[in-house]
Write a protein that binds this ligand. Structure first.
Ligand code: GLY
Length: 374
């Protein structure tokens, strides 16, 4: 099938936003003050506590639904979630990892952006301090996972670009330079090490613990150490322009070229119908599953870059090949995501970030004046 090149029009944008809101309303009844799991099984999310790296996507969707509809029930549940995130900070509950930005930008950070409540500032700074606490001076990067300083975990991962906006928000609130210094140093280490010569990306990159020097790239969720995990490439496609805006520095000439080539690699490795396989090593004719969430993230990257037409084309692909409209029992908005293929987790299923970034892309188009939560 040829890629759906006809950009999604406002009828699709509005129709899909309405549909996403309906799904949220239905899901809210089942999840109450709890949270949906990271990924679905048979189209259904499990009921979980606030204990994963993905809980913020749920709260972020509630905030978008509130902005879109003005219905108070979304705001009240989002605020209830915010209290749960503050409690998670108090208890330091499952926060020994770098995904603090995914969690707090879309919950407490978004709450501050949309309500302006002053008391939230302190909580944003607390969250940013947890993230900043994982900065490794030797190497100049934020350690992604594991015990701090563990040689086997002395690495960063490409997804981390989405955690940096929290540090920029902390700088905006506090004026403290250290947040900027850490964000800049980490960003620099990501873009100068994780991109290969052909502009594909590693998922993760190790540094030598003794010298801090770059060591080697490897995968965690991709097909192999030398292949290109589709969602990883998409994290760069969104993460780089977020840094461009939030740092206030724009792109250097070198970054512009790098960015174009990273996008080029992604585009050139899309199958004819435009919906990426979960790893870009797979091409037309493969029976491997697709990852719709990678395309939703890339669409947000295009919108962050002001490339509205390309974003609309990507949304048209998602709408025609992955929207759950034809499956009214689905609790997800986007079908055909892949969480972790090797572990058999969330394969060909909805996942929370796919749903979130689909909604974010739709809402960015719906309200071009909107200041996203990142
Ligand atoms: N950040 C983890 C993932 O993209 O699956």
């Amino acid at each position: 099938m040829e890629q759906n090149r006809k950009p999604a029009g406002m009828d699709i944008v509005q129709g899909e936003l309405d549909r996403c809101v309906e799904i949220l309303e239905k899901n809210m009844e089942r999840f109450g003050a709890d949270f949906p799991s990271a990924c679905a099984t048979g189209g259904k999310y499990r009921i979980k506590k606030n204990d994963d790296w993905t809980n913020g996507f749920w709260t972020g969707m509630l905030w978008i639904a509130w902005l879109y509809t003005g219905k108070d029930k979304f705001r009240s549940l989002a605020m209830e979630n915010v209290n749960s995130f503050i409690k998670r900070l108090d208890d330091h509950f499952i926060l020994d990892h770098h995904d603090i930005g995914f969690l707090y930008s879309l919950s407490v950070g978004a709450a501050w952006k949309v309500t302006g409540q002053e008391e939230l500032k302190e909580q944003i700074l607390r969250a940013a301090d947890v993230l900043a606490g994982r900065f490794q001076e030797k190497g100049g990067f934020i350690q992604a996972w594991g015990k701090l300083g563990d040689e086997k975990e002395y690495r960063l991962i490409i997804d981390s670009l989405l955690n940096l906006p929290l540090l920029y928000q902390a700088h905006e609130i506090s004026g403290e330079q250290r947040y900027l210094d850490i964000a800049e140093s980490h960003y620099d280490k990501v873009i100068h090490n994780i991109v290969r010569e052909d502009y594909s990306t590693y998922h993760t990159f190790y540094f030598n613990k003794e010298t801090g020097l770059p060591d080697h790239g490897a995968t965690h969720q991709g097909f192999s150490d030398s292949s290109c995990w589709a969602r990883g490439q998409a994290w760069a496609i969104l993460g780089m322009p977020l840094h461009r805006r939030l740092s206030g520095k724009g792109f250097t000439e070198e970054e512009t070229a790098l960015y174009e080539n990273i996008c080029g690699y992604f585009e050139e490795h899309l199958p004819a119908d435009g919906l990426p396989y979960w790893d870009l090593i797979f091409t037309d004719g493969s029976d491997q599953p697709r990852d719709s969430s990678a395309l939703a993230i890339a669409a947000c990257g295009m919108l962050e870059m002001g490339r509205t037409e390309r974003a609309r084309e990507m949304l048209a692909v998602l709408h025609s090949l992955a929207s759950s409209a034809g499956e009214p029992e689905s609790e997800g908005m986007l079908l055909h995501g892949v969480y972790a293929y090797a572990e058999g987790k969330g394969v060909d299923e909805p996942n929370l970030w796919g749903d979130y970034f689909y909604m974010e892309a739709l809402y960015r188009l719906w309200d071009p004046q909107w200041n996203p939560f990142w």
